[in-house]
Design a protein around this ligand. Structure first.
Ligand SMILES: N[C@@H](CCC(=O)N[C@@H](CS)C(=O)NCC(=O)O)C(=O)O
Ligand SMILES: [Fe+2]
Length: 366
């Protein structure tokens, strides 16, 4: 079974794709975005995947790739087209190369036109293809910079993409209207630039009159992507919070494990957001915890010190996750949620004040 996720970066309208062999847990990610590397890393970790490759469909002009950051985090290999001109990749791909992840693989097709080094990745059973900025949903990538060539793009689409099975699903690297997927059959028929009886000359005429403004990040993105997204010069790698060992979740919450909180107990403010009856109830509370029920937090956030990090706590870690959101809105920065809440805190044998009923501990499972 294939695991498949389509992820979106709103500022650049970029789609990132995660594919994995469900059995072996080996995965590839296609076109990760620099600013989304924590989100993508969290998903890979939560799904229990081993990232084999970060793949690029091309050297992007509008955003910086997250490939280098993901390589540092997961040890994956970076692969992109031999014709990309990029340095720092582990593998340089050419036509018909195979990229293996577990028992699944992607076949490489060279589809120049948007850039020289554009690739389309075709899934082993030809049920899906990732077309980058070559063929888009009822559109195509632009051809007016980075060795763009409408003649080359026309041939790439007709020879390498329209030759795939009718029902093969096509996933682009961008869509500016929120469209997510298309198929060979519908693009062959309905693509306004390339479908039906439209010839190479018609396409070239269309593309030479797109009149698009250059991408805003062009001057930053291209040099960075020619190094596979390795920061240098002004661009620094995003830093993790330094005050404790935290984990960022795919849900977008910074979390701390019980043993991490134990280590930081003297430094942090423990904010318990349960109701008073729970605070005094059988699960007990963490030594020194400040009680502000979640419903009162927005008004009472001023009672907390801005000089010390805050760890939010509740019964199971749900309400306290929302407490981190409320605190962030109130301007606090060093905040983390106690993963699993009091249930996990107790299940892992940490001390509490008050409380008694050990039967609660048995209910907890991850
Ligand atoms: N406004 C966007 C422009 C993005 C852009 O030019 N995208 C390229 C792909 S890198 C493209 O081919 N766009 C096709 C289109 O907009 O129709 C930006 O500033 O980033
Ligand atoms: Fe592009």
């Amino acid at each position: 079974m294939l695991m498949f996720r389509q992820l979106f970066d709103p500022p650049s309208s970029t789609y990132t794709y995660l594919l994995a062999d469900e059995q072996s847990r080996d995965a590839v990610i296609i076109d990760p975005v620099f600013e989304q590397f924590r989100r993508d890393g969290a998903l890979i970790e939560e799904l229990g995947l081993r990232l084999a490759y970060a793949l690029e469909t091309h050297v992007h002009a509008d955003h910086v790739t997250g490939a280098w950051l993901l390589k540092q985090r997961t040890g994956c290999q970076i692969a992109l087209a031999a014709k990309s001109g990029a340095e720092g990749a582990d593998r340089y791909l050419v036509q018909d190369d195979i990229v293996v992840f577990g028992r699944r693989n992607l076949q490489v097709r060279q589809t120049p036109g948007h850039t020289n080094g554009c690739l389309t990745y075709v899934l082993d059973d030809r049920s899906m293809a990732f077309t980058g900025d070559c063929l888009m949903v009822r559109g195509s990538g632009r051809t007016d910079f980075q060795q763009g060539d409408p003649h080359a793009m026309y041939r790439s689409v007709h020879q390498q993409i329209f030759s795939l099975p009718d029902l093969c699903l096509l996933y682009p690297a961008h869509d500016y209207r929120g469209l997510t997927v298309t198929s060979v059959r519908e693009e062959r028929r309905f693509n306004p630039r390339l479908g039906g009886e439209i010839g190479e000359g018609d396409f070239t005429g269309y593309m030479n009159n797109l009149r698009l403004a250059h991408p805003k990040k062009l001057d930053v993105a291209v040099p960075a992507n020619l190094k596979c997204g390795r920061p240098g010069g002004d661009g620094a790698a995003p830093e993790d919070p330094a005050w404790a060992a935290l984990r960022y979740s795919f849900a977008g919450i910074w979390e701390i494990d019980p043993h991490g909180l134990e280590e930081q107990a003297r430094v942090v403010q423990v904010l318990d957001v349960r109701e008073p009856a729970e605070f005094d109830g059988s699960l007990g509370r963490i030594h020194g915890a400040i009680l502000i029920p979640l419903g009162e937090l927005a008004e009472r956030a001023g009672e907390l010190s801005r000089d010390r990090p805050i760890v939010t706590v509740c019964r199971a870690g749900g309400r306290s996750a929302q407490a981190t959101v409320i605190l962030r809105e109130a301007g606090f920065t060093d905040i983390a949620n106690l993963a699993g809440g009091m249930l996990r805190w107790r299940a892992e044998g940490h001390a509490v004040e008050g409380g008694s009923a050990l039967e609660y501990v048995g209910e907890y499972s991850i």
